[in-house]
Design a protein around this ligand. Structure first.
Ligand code: CO8
Length: 345
């Protein structure tokens, strides 16, 4: 199996039919030289496949460099082909951290305070899908500028909306990729997080805020109401009274108050915010990606079900972890007083 991941798309190609990789896999090739040769051949094939991908996505700029990496169980080869920022109009993407396992997505419409237009949301969704499938990425950080994380849905774009268009076009339905992403997402919020911007931050798993950040649901002043969780996620997090006050007045709360009510988990000086958010992603990335994913799903279940059902779900997930190689490794490493080497299986 070859996994080719681009920053904005991902392919998995089985090589079984190329007579290069006899099923079921790589383990037979114990000799490093043979393995290396095989890796080189696969990398060549990957380059050919890249060419095919270029035909499919002609607008994307592909640098020539191809990074290849065998996963620890030697079952597949990961070929990561970074794409240049030139291919995005409304966001920037970067892979960072010591192990290059934290993806940073920066909303990049500074003149409009990162107002969430359709184009931006489409690009965000594409980047999230790609990072979601990229085995090298352990966590994603979503951030904006120093003045605005995002000042809400693009009011000018929304202006001509009619009721029938919203219903028939299912307006906002495909703006929720953040909430669907299985990998942990950290929102690093500087400046305004208003309306859809606040909702976008709340779709993330953890919110870190710069100490000048401001959160609010001002839709009421426009004669509308939140559409992507402002009345639901906010209420579950900060409670009915505070959520009601914010949604009915449109008043903003500052970072300190957001931390006090549990909307934000840490307030940080603005210039340190991204560094700290990436560090958090790296810390999460030291654990098994597989178990992190299960844990995230278990915590999110708390928001979607009764306590009894949630506890049952958690217990079953806990049982399931004992069938993983990573759980055996984690426990063994503790007993042997050494760091665990997780393989995400
Ligand atoms: N949409 C479009 N343009 C915006 C938006 C926005 N939400 N916010 C700011 N801008 C634009 C301004 O129009 C202005 O552009 P221009 O220079 O061309 O006139 C530029 O950004 C700078 O803005 P300001 O001059 O107003 O900057 P200030 O520093 O004076 O004020 C504020 C900053 C307080 C943030 C102010 O811009 C503001 O109140 N913005 C609107 C906030 C708002 O009402 N947001 C809610 C929008 S509705 C919504 O989000 C519905 C959610 C449902 C979908 C969610 C999907 C995830």
């Amino acid at each position: 199996m070859i996994r080719i991941s681009f920053d904005n798309s991902c392919f998995e190609i089985s090589l079984v039919n190329h007579h290069l990789l006899p099923a079921p896999g790589f383990q037979r090739f114990a000799d490093t030289k043979v393995k290396l040769k095989l890796v080189q051949s696969m990398a060549n094939i990957a380059r050919l496949l890249t060419k095919r991908a270029q035909d499919q996505f002609p607008n994307v700029v592909y640098p020539l460099q191809v990074i290849t990496r065998l996963n620890s169980s030697c079952k597949y080869l990961t070929v990561h082909i970074p794409i240049s920022n030139k291919s995005w109009e409304f966001i920037k993407t970067e892979v960072t951290g010591e192990k290059k396992n934290v993806a940073v997505i920066t909303l990049n419409r500074p003149k409009a305070l990162n107002a969430l237009c359709n184009g931006l949301m489409k690009e965000l969704s594409t980047a999230l899908k790609a990072y979601g499938k990229d085995a090298n990425i352990s966590a994603i950080v979503l951030t904006g500028s120093e003045k605005a994380f995002a000042a809400g849905a693009d009011i000018k774009e929304m202006a001509p909306n009619t009721y029938s268009q919203c219903i028939q076009g299912n307006f906002l339905n495909d703006w929720t990729e953040v909430a669907r992403t299985q990998k942990p997402i950290i929102a690093a919020v500087n400046g305004y997080a208003l309306g859809g911007g606040c909702e976008l931050a709340m779709m993330c798993d953890i919110i870190y805020a710069g100490d000048k950040a401001k959160f609010g649901q001002p839709e009421i002043a426009l004669g509308t109401i939140p559409g992507v969780g402002g009345t639901q996620r906010l209420t579950r997090v900060v409670g009915r009274s505070k959520a009601m006050e914010m949604c009915l007045t449109g008043n903003m709360i500052n970072a300190q108050e957001a931390e006090k009510v549990g909307l934000v988990s840490k307030v940080i000086p603005p210039d340190q915010l991204l560094v700290e958010a990436v560090k958090l992603g790296e810390k999460i990335g030291t654990h098994s990606n597989l178990i992190v994913q299960l844990c995230k799903e278990a915590v999110n279940t708390a928001f979607e079900t009764t306590l009894e059902e949630g506890l049952k779900y958690e217990r079953r997930f806990n049982h399931a972890t004992f069938s993983t190689i990573d759980c055996k490794e984690g426990v063994k490493a503790f007993i042997e007083k050494r760091p665990a080497k997780f393989i995400n299986e």
